[in-house]
Design a protein around this ligand. Structure first.
Ligand SMILES: [Zn+2]
Length: 400
């Protein structure tokens, strides 16, 4: 193991893994994906005494995730570290795979999202494994987080097949070391409106799909307004309805026979993503009632649940200790909600309470991505302390 401090070790490792191209092939066709970065991490954790599996996604064997387990000398709790190996594309970036440091910022694709978080988790896992500990430390690096989460699904199946249950999962997504305690979910509904075409000089013969479209857009706005009148979630504000795609019409003198819309719904904890389809179907009924002869269809194309952290139990304690350690190291973590979806919902749905915290900077998914080097350096030591605390906490009788 390195003589460096955990923080400096994580900085070195972040530079190494930023230099490995792991752009997602589902976002950029032909991009290399996770194979090489997974192999490098697997080798490193094997060297640190972990039992390592490379887990291909059943949908695509090229999309590889890493699962590394270090069992302690006595039974005890299990702590999972999780991060994603893939990044978005590098279009428009200057030297995205050649990490450089300037003014306390480490630049490169994935510097913030989320190779610095990964590096911190890996270094923390190694240091924990190097000393005697009860329970188990599990590192998971997943493929395809930026698109369809086939890696997380494969890893959760892999763990379930091996009977691995965990008491807490730390996801090191870029949170500026804040403690993200909730995120919204979403659903996407694709709608088609089928009318009847006619020459525009004879509108009486047509069932005008564009008029129906207009009525539907108003229904979506009304539904969005209604969501904003409901009480706000303390961290996540409101749910929403947004029309994100509209297509209709074919020619200047033809009344449109059909229209397609994509309607996106953000949901709050406590709501179910699939209910968005029912809500959209109700809007369609209202539109169809005003448009004789109109046929409509709606289909749910994406759905992801919202997530809210447990306020009690091992994950809450882990988050408290992590925040305390980060404060001692000079950070000032706050409890915040994330505007976007994360895989925390999948872990929690699998019965593993989740904490989300990691180093960040700026330019996520943008042309100049960087991580704050101080945050990166502070992170691993706080993770080690919070994990030692979690591993040494005996569960109360009758709980697991
Ligand atoms: Zn991410």
């Amino acid at each position: 193991m390195s003589d460096l401090s955990p923080g400096d070790d994580a900085l070195e490792l972040a530079r190494l893994i930023i230099s490995i191209d792991s752009v997602s092939p589902s976002l950029v066709p032909g991009a290399p994906g996770e194979g090489r970065i997974a192999a490098v991490i697997a080798e490193r954790l094997e060297g640190a005494g972990f039992v390592v599996d490379l887990v291909p996604a059943p949908e695509d064997a090229q999309r590889v995730s890493v699962v590394a387990v270090h069992a302690g000398s006595q039974p005890g709790p299990t702590v999972v570290f999780n991060g994603h190996l893939d990044t978005v594309g590098v279009e428009g970036m200057v030297d995205p795979l050649n990490p450089r440091i300037a003014d306390g910022k480490l630049y490169g694709r994935g510097a913030s999202d989320m190779k610095s978080g990964l590096a911190g988790l890996i270094v923390a896992a190694e240091r924990l494994a190097a000393a005697d500990h009860p329970g188990a430390v599990v590192f998971t690096g997943v493929a395809d987080e930026e698109d369809a989460s086939v890696g997380a699904a494969a890893v959760l199946r892999h763990l379930a097949d091996r009977g691995v249950t965990a008491d807490v999962c730390l996801i090191a997504e870029p949170t500026w070391l804040d403690r993200v305690s909730a995120h919204r979910g979403y659903a996407v509904v694709e709608v088609t409106l089928q009318g009847t075409a006619a020459h525009s000089s004879q509108p009486g013969l047509a069932v005008d799909a564009i008029r129906a479209l207009d009525a539907l857009l108003q229904e979506v706005e009304r539904a969005d307004d209604e969501l904003h009148r409901r009480p706000a979630h303390p961290l996540l504000d409101h749910g929403s309805f947004t029309t994100t795609v509209v297509r209709a019409g074919s020619a200047p003198f033809t009344i449109a026979a059909d229209a397609t819309l994509v309607i996106e719904r953000r949901i709050l904890p406590g709501e179910r993503a699939e209910n968005a389809l029912i809500e959209v179907q109700e809007m369609l009924e209202a539109v169809a009632a005003k448009t004789p002869g109109l046929r409509t269809s709606a289909r749910l194309t994406h759905q992801r649940e919202a997530w809210e952290a447990d306020e009690q139990g091992p994950a809450a304690r882990f988050a408290d200790v992590l925040a305390m350690e980060l404060s001692r190291a000079g950070a000032a973590p706050a409890a915040v909600g994330a505007p976007y979806w994360m895989e925390s919902a999948l872990w929690q749905a699998a019965g593993i309470p989740t904490v989300v915290c990691g180093p960040a900077g700026g330019g996520l998914h943008a042309a100049e991505e960087w991580v704050d080097v101080d945050q990166l350096r502070r992170f691993p030591e706080a993770v080690i302390a919070a994990t030692r605390d979690a591993l040494s906490t005996r569960p109360a009788p009758g709980t697991s």
